[in-house]
Design a protein around this ligand. Structure first.
Ligand code: BTN
Length: 319
């Protein structure tokens, strides 16, 4: 796409004017075509100085996480290479499920804002404009459904690494899939699956990260946080978005080749649930026990007060 090519050249020449003539020659297009793209970029939010005789200079880039902005940081080969970006959408997971049957493996759907963001157990997920990363990935692995559920924890490990890499802060995993900093949730993961008993058609992994959120609704105060609140800085969502796609692809490949046991040690290392007393809801009853292990299938092993050991596969576990 010509617009992308022009933007790449302007980005590569930051601080330097590039004349319309140079752009035409580099890209083998007309002056009118260049001029049209420059205007389109300006209306996308790029501040471009146009100076008679010297040419175009990229002054400022918008705070958006579309493909043009994240691709300089993207190393992943197939996760996020088909990247659909929306200014506003109801829910990236809902859209991902809609297009999944015909979408390519690894397609990413990213929105600046979700109007009906969804969390686990039918909860609402606050997804205000430009304040977070609201991302869904479509996966089509050759796995059975009980293998596929473990992908949530693969994604959790990737997110912890990305937060450390970009925000330089240590987060942890509240089993199985909440990412927490200082006892408050900074990221949630919602994995949804479509398939038959023994075969997965597609999986959608939805990741919501509170990046630059400053205020939460009253009911979330004390429970939710953002990277910006925790670091005291406004963070660049672009490298963080790409880093999540990069790290997810890395761990996803390892998982597909070697199984969950190859990710298990990291899940345990990053776990904030292990070696803590936990409340588990079993058949509508609240039971208290100690989380002692995460097994090779990603289950939480809990020992209860009466000495009974149980394997917890899913459900609400609170520390
Ligand atoms: C949870 O912790 O309850 C899971 C939250 C998941 C939120 C993400 S944001 C992107 C994707 N789209 C949604 O509607 N939900 C997930």
């Amino acid at each position: 796409m010509l617009k992308n090519d022009i933007l790449s050249i302007l980005k590569a020449n930051k601080g330097k004017h590039i004349s319309g003539q140079e752009l035409c020659e580099m890209l083998n297009v007309s002056r009118t075509a260049v001029w049209k793209c420059i205007n389109e970029l300006k209306s996308d939010g790029y501040i471009i100085e146009s100076k008679h005789k010297s040419g175009y200079l990229l002054m400022e880039e918008p705070d958006i996480i579309d493909y043009m902005e994240i691709s300089p940081y993207l190393k992943a080969e197939f996760i996020g290479r088909n990247y659909l970006h929306f200014e506003s959408i109801s829910s990236t997971n809902d859209y991902a499920k809609e297009i999944a049957p015909s979408a390519t493996d690894g397609t990413a759907i990213v929105a600046e804002e979700q109007t009906s963001g969804r969390g686990r157990m039918g909860r609402h997920w606050v997804s205000n404009k430009g304040q977070g990363i609201w991302l869904s990935m479509i996966l089509k692995p050759n796995l059975s459904p009980n293998e596929a559920v473990k992908l949530t924890q693969v994604a959790a490990v990737a997110v912890v690494d990305s937060i450390k890499e970009i925000a330089d802060i240590r987060s942890g995993i509240k089993w199985p899939n909440d990412i927490v900093i200082n006892s408050k949730k900074v990221c949630g993961i919602l994995t949804e699956m479509n398939g038959e008993i023994d075969r997965v058609n597609f999986i959608v992994i939805g990741i919501g990260i509170n990046v630059n959120v400053q205020n939460f609704p009253e009911d979330l105060c004390g429970k939710a946080t953002s990277l910006s609140i925790e670091t005291g800085k406004i963070l660049d969502r672009k490298p963080l978005t790409a880093s999540i796609l990069n790290n997810f692809e890395k761990y996803y490949r390892i998982f597909l080749i070697n199984g969950f046991s190859s990710i298990r040690n990291l899940c345990k290392e990053y776990s904030l649930t292990l070696n803590k007393d936990v409340k588990v809801i079993i058949n509508n009853n609240e039971c208290i026990g100690r989380a002692v292990d995460i097994d090779d299938d990603g289950n939480l092993i809990v020992v209860f007060k009466n000495g009974e050991k149980k394997t917890i596969a899913s459900g609400d576990v609170s520390v």
